[in-house]
Design a protein around this ligand. Structure first.
Ligand code: SF4
Length: 371
């Protein structure tokens, strides 16, 4: 089985008010040192585990906020250091207002074949409230430039449940976004994370019922425009699912490089130190920057397989579970499976256990019972 490669680029132009990701604004002076540490870390892993990677994902942060030549050079060097499959999906996250047509063309020529653009909402006022640096117009330009530069696989990130958002606002965002004809759309509900500016503000947030209505509207509207829900928050045109993200939900192996990056290889999980300078120093010293690692037990692995697999519309395959773990999920998870199938939230269909339509609305509660 091939492995996924995640590369964390923790630089951003400024920090959004809801963001608790491992990202830093005004740290450009460390970019060159950071990229050189990334390549050193890649060399280290290539030596000890010369696996083939069939997906590569540059996430952040904002990968397109750094010097694009540096990003493209790093892709070329990565190819010479690690075994990247010739048909690999190579995706970069991109934020409008951080890259122009020339930059996008360079990215495409360097081998990046999928872009994930963070739009969030088409409402300029709400973008300001979120602390985003772009406008809808910046997004229009970015999307058009990306198409002209040859990107035929584009995903757009959206958020619902924003402060003061009405169902009409969300409907308007969905209509506008669908008109672009991107191959993939992700819809995430805003979560207020501790330690962010939003956590200290009095915000008028939609209640749970309104948020559920917004989710339902997304499912219906995106479906009408040809997007199938293949994971709780992810919708794709046929064949355009994110191959990289599917690896997470299918519990396949992935290696993470960069500050705070997380890896899962077999039963072994490990994560890097999250600080920018801490990461650079650790790699310069030892070739890696591992902060913690652990071995997962068989029962942890089974829970994870159910917890992540059920997020996907196709659900968890009975045969796949049995071949991985040598037992059946109907025995190991008899209690939650009985409870939620009796209530109609989970269904056993053919070889698969999956959410029913109404099950998706209470997925968090149900998934918690498999942990
Ligand atoms: S652009 Fe993304 S990673 Fe950067 S601060 Fe905003 S939400 Fe966080």
């Amino acid at each position: 089985m091939n492995t996924g490669l995640y590369i964390h680029i923790p630089f951003c132009k400024s920090k959004c008010k809801y963001c608790d990701f491992n990202s830093y604004a005004n740290m450009e002076k460390y970019t060159a040192l950071y990229f050189s540490a990334l390549l050193e870390e890649a060399e280290h892993y290539a030596k000890i585990n010369p696996t083939v990677f069939d997906t590569v994902y540059f996430g952040g942060g904002t990968p397109t906020s750094v010097d694009i030549d540096l990003l493209c050079d790093s892709i070329n060097t990565l190819r010479s250091v690690m075994k990247i499959h010739p048909d690999a999906e190579i995706c970069a996250e991109c934020n409008p207002g951080t890259i122009d047509y020339e930059g996008l063309k360079k990215l495409r020529l360097s081998g990046i074949n999928r872009l994930s653009i963070g739009l969030q909402t088409t409402d300029d006022e709400k973008l300001k409230v979120l602390g985003r640096i772009h406008t809808l117009n910046d997004f229009n330009t970015c999307f058009e430039n990306a198409r002209r530069a040859g990107f035929d696989n584009i995903s757009i990130d959206l958020m619902y449940g924003l402060p003061d958002m009405t169902i009409e606002d969300w409907s308007d965002t969905l209509d506008k976004v669908c008109s672009f004809g991107a191959e993939h759309i992700s819809c995430y509900s805003l979560k207020i994370e501790d330690g962010t500016p939003f956590a200290k503000m009095q915000l008028n947030l939609p209640d749970d019922d309104l948020s559920a209505d917004m989710y339902q509207l997304a499912v219906e509207k995106l479906n009408r425009f040809g997007y199938e829900r293949y994971e709780i928050s992810n919708f794709a045109k046929p064949g355009r699912e994110s191959r990289h993200n599917l690896k997470y939900w299918h519990c396949d192996d992935f290696l993470g490089l960069g500050a705070g990056a997380y890896s899962c290889i077999g039963n072994h999980r490990f994560s890097n130190v999250s600080g920018l300078c801490e990461y650079i120093d650790a790699v310069n010293c030892c070739g890696t920057a591992i902060d913690w690692n652990s071995e997962e037990s068989a029962s942890d692995k089974m829970s994870e397989f159910m917890f992540l697999g059920l997020r996907c519309s196709q659900g968890v395959s009975y045969r796949e579970f049995k071949s991985r773990f040598g037992c059946s999920f109907t025995e190991v998870f008899a209690t939650p499976i009985k409870k939620y199938t009796d209530w109609g939230f989970l269904i056993l269909e053919g070889d698969c256990l999956k959410f029913s339509d109404k099950g998706f609305f209470v997925s968090n509660t149900i998934l918690a019972d498999f942990v």
